[in-house]
Design a protein around this ligand. Structure first.
Ligand code: 2AM
Ligand code: CA
Ligand code: CA
Ligand code: CA
Length: 281
């Protein structure tokens, strides 16, 4: 059985290299445009960094497959097969990047037979490196990570994100979900603008739960391994198993807090990333 540790080492090197490219791009003038909606931003750097990561990896692993946010936006089919597949978010937190708000990451996940094997997330502003390989624990700069053991929701800090969809009906559901969690009461709700770093904060025990509708597989893949290996749970907002293509996620340190969050949520429908109902991980 392959343990994929060589691939993980390569992922770490390329994530650090890509993160340094992002870091220097922060100081330069940015060419910003929008994709699906006026708030769905993309910059030249998103494209450049994805191209750097995919060209480096595909040269090294020509038989592997690649899913990347910007390639998918350009029409490459977002499909998770049994083949070894790299799942890449070149800049997670593009809006933060545009504003130089210091919550921006490069995220690289890796799946084989639709099972996540490892994940690497590099914080571009402070150089923090989160890594995990299935069965071998999760680490932050080499130090073992553990989720929060809190089971009492009234002592929980909850993280979420606002997606690109801002029509009144979607915002009403978003605010209703937040209101329920704030009035539980929880200690608070935070929005940091980077789903991958928010999920890393669940892995490190800095917050108890994260939920979001509208995320894609590249927002979740690497972080899901990191949270599981830190002892936490990652699942669907319905309470079922995580489906990387479902665009829904709840992550928490404990099952008790995850179940509580799941019970409070009213769903926001974003549709699937693919049309394959068996795309589970
Ligand atoms: P991105 O910066 O890679 O696009 C803030 O909006 C966070 O949510 C970011 O991590 C962002 O990723 C992610 N995100 C992207 N599209 C989203 C969507 N449609 N709904 C919810 N979150 C989204
Ligand atoms: Ca984006
Ligand atoms: Ca993202
Ligand atoms: Ca992105």
């Amino acid at each position: 059985m392959e343990d994929w540790s060589d691939c993980l080492d390569v992922a770490v090197q390329i994530a650090q290299r890509a993160g340094q490219v992002v870091q220097s791009a922060v100081k330069q003038e940015k060419r910003v445009s929008s994709k699906s909606t006026p708030t769905d931003l993309v910059t030249e750097a998103d494209h450049q960094v994805e191209e750097l990561i995919i060209s480096t990896l595909s040269e090294k692993y020509p038989s592997h497959r690649f899913i990347g946010e910007e390639s998918s936006a350009a029409g490459v089919k977002c499909e998770l097969t049994d083949s070894p597949t790299w799942i890449i978010d070149p800049i997670d937190g593009t809006c933060n990047f545009v504003h130089s708000f210091p919550m921006v990451a490069v995220s690289i996940g890796f799946a084989v037979r639709k099972e996540l094997e490892f994940g690497v997330i590099y914080h571009c502003f402070d150089g923090t490196l989160y890594t995990a390989r299935k069965g071998h624990g999760a680490f932050c700069n080499g130090v073992r990570l553990h989720v929060s053991k809190e089971k009492d929701v009234s002592k929980a800090l909850i993280l979420t994100e606002i997606g690109a969809k801002r029509d009144p009906a979607t915002l009403d559901i978003f605010l209703g979900n937040m209101k329920k969690l704030l009035s539980a009461p929880t200690h608070g709700v935070r929005i940091i603008g980077s789903s991958t770093l928010a999920l890393c904060h669940i892995a490190s025990g800095a917050a108890e739960a994260y939920y979001q509708y509208g995320l894609h597989c590249w927002d979740i893949a690497a972080a899901a391994v990191i949270i599981r290996e830190a002892g936490g749970c990652v699942m669907d907002t319905t309470g079922g198993p995580l489906d990387l293509m479902s665009r829904r996620v709840v992550a928490a340190g404990t099952r008790e807090i995850a179940d509580y969050v799941v019970k409070q949520l009213q769903p926001i429908n974003y549709g699937r990333d693919d049309s394959d109902p068996d795309a589970m991980a």
